[in-house]
Every structure is written in C-alpha cells, then in structure tokens.
Ligand binder design. Structure first.
Ligand SMILES: Nc1ncnc2c1ncn2[C@@H]1O[C@H](COP(=O)(O)OP(=O)(O)O)[C@@H](O)[C@H]1O
Length: 278
C-alpha cells in the first residue's frame, strides 16, 4: 500500500506548466513516427489508466475524475468512434472490426492515441486518464516504453450485471454524453450481498436524442467480454507485477461508489477543497 500511496501523489496533482517536454522516439513499428512525451512527474499532471470489462463504468468514473483533477479523459473507444464517424480512409475497415466486437490493430490505436495526445499537448493539456487502453499486454509494453504511467485503477463489478449494464448504455446523439437506462436490482443470495443501481438518465433535452451503440447488441457484447478475458485480463497482471494496480470493487451505483473511489485514491478531501475554492 505504501508504494501505491507514493504513486497516487495527491499533493502533486496541480503541477506547474510543461517547460521540459522531452520527446521520445522509438523503434517499435506501431509507434514509429509518433511522438509520446516522457516528462518529469513533478512537471506534469497525473498519468493514470482505467482498466475494466466492458460495461463496468470506466467511462463514467474516468470522466468524473478527469473533471476533478483537470486532466483530459482519453477513451480510445471514443477515438475509434470519431474515426468511424469521419468516413475517413480506414472507417469502413474499422466499422467491420468494431461491430464484430474485435480489437482494432495496435498500429491504428497508437496512431489515433498519439494524434490525440499531440493535439492536447498543443492546447496545453498536461497528464491524462486513459480509458480502454492498453487492452493487450503488447499495448501495455509499448506504452511503458514511451511514457510513464503512475497508477492503474482496475474497476470490478459482479459479472451477472455487466451484460444488462452494456445493453442499457445510451449516447446522446447531440452532446455525445453517455447514459444508462438499465435499472439493476439483484437480490442477495448464498451469502452474496444484493446490489441495486439506479439508471443514469439524461437531462430532459437529451432524452429524445438517445442512441444505442451498434456494438452494444447482446451477441457483440458477449464477444467483447470474451475478448476482454482473453486479451485484456493479462494486462491487469502486467501492472500488478509493477506495483501499480489499484483494485476497486464497485459497491453499487454512482452514489455509493464515487465517495468510496475517492477514498481509495486518497482524494476524499481533495473534492471538498476544490468545491470550497470554487
Ligand atoms: N486499446 C484498444 N485496442 C484495440 N481496439 C480498441 C481499443 N480501444 C477501443 N478499441 C475498439 O473500440 C471498440 C469500442 O471500445 P470501448 O468503447 O472502449 O468499448 P467497451 O465498452 O468494450 O469498453 C472496441 O470493441 C474495439 O474494437
């Protein structure tokens, strides 16, 4: 735990501006010609990763933390969907892969990610919370070779509610925000506690604009869960072995989970200080 407390570094969350950017070039084919930055941790904001199965709520919690800490929330799934929507040269190829629940090639993912990081850096962004990346051990190894990751949060939720949560996901076609219309209510049995999660409903003006992702059908979600177990679960061990993994079992919906997550991240009084300063 001491090692984790050190890498959480809540006291250094507000960092000074980036004046010592050092670009890293690499011989790894997937990231050749792309620049990632390795900056002294005291000169930058946090660089965190969120892991977890599809539907666990990575996007929800990563997005809330990014607002709290003032760092960009970068979800590779969003980058892929933006590319699909752009009708660019690779969008047809990507549509087929994504709609089958398969993983996009490392080369494409690193390309999209490094473009996003470079655009953010040009706007003065510092640090990041990555969501949906790395998804394979190879991606984790490449990432480790080009930048520093301070902490990896592994969100966990009981398996029997994951499918319902994925099928309840909706996106507002206008503002792009994520919601969930599923009401989860599981009775406790055999010593296992029950769990209830209220739907995450949009404001009234988004209600009529909700759409379902094409890859959130039952068949595709099951395939994504299978691929997660095969390819992404080993990523947990990769970061666990490096002492960077913080396991977090979601106790329920946002009202129960958010304060507990802040506590686990040593950020419980950070939120109060931020609201007092606002
Ligand atoms: N790091 C990645 N590597 C390969 N493919 C990815 C990656 N991130 C996203 N994708 C592609 O985008 C799709 C949607 O990703 P995401 O929104 O993160 O889904 P999920 O709901 O499964 O977490 C994935 O099924 C995959 O095809």
């Amino acid at each position: 735990m001491a090692a984790l407390t050190r890498i959480l570094r809540p006291s250094s969350i507000s960092c000074s501006n980036i004046t010592k950017c050092r670009y890293f070039s690499t011989t790894v084919p997937e990231v050749q010609n792309h620049n990632f930055t390795r900056i002294d941790p005291k000169d930058r904001n946090v660089q965190w990763v969120f892991l977890g199965v599809p539907g666990v709520g990575k996007g929800t919690y990563a997005s809330r933390l990014s607002t709290l800490l003032g760092v960009p929330h970068i979800a590779t799934g969003d980058l892929v969907r933006e590319e699909l929507a752009s009708s660019g040269p690779i969008s047809q190829q990507l549509t087929e892969i994504v709609n089958q629940g398969k993983l996009v090639s490392d080369e494409i993912i690193f390309n999209l990610l490094s473009k996003r990081l470079a655009a953010g850096e040009a706007k003065g962004e510092s640090g990041f919370i990555l969501d949906g990346f790395p998804r394979t051990v190879k991606q984790a190894e490449i990432l480790e070779g080009v930048t520093d990751i301070d902490l990896v949060v592994n969100l966990k939720l009981r398996e029997d509610v994951l499918l319902d949560k994925c099928l309840g996901r909706r996106i507002c076609s206008q503002c792009g925000k994520n919601y969930n219309v599923a009401t989860i209510s599981v009775k406790g049995e055999n010593g296992k506690p029950g769990m209830s999660m209220a739907p995450l409903l949009p404001p009234a003006h988004c209600m009529s604009k909700l759409i379902t992702r094409a890859d959130d059908t039952e068949e595709v979600v099951k395939e994504r869960l299978r691929i997660y177990n095969e390819k992404s679960q080993p990523v947990e061990d990769f970061f666990r072995n490096r002492g960077k993994l913080l396991e977090f079992d979601l106790p329920g919906g946002i009202p129960e989970s958010w304060p507990r997550l802040l506590e686990a991240l040593n950020l419980d009084d950070y939120e109060e200080k931020q609201s007092a300063a606002a």
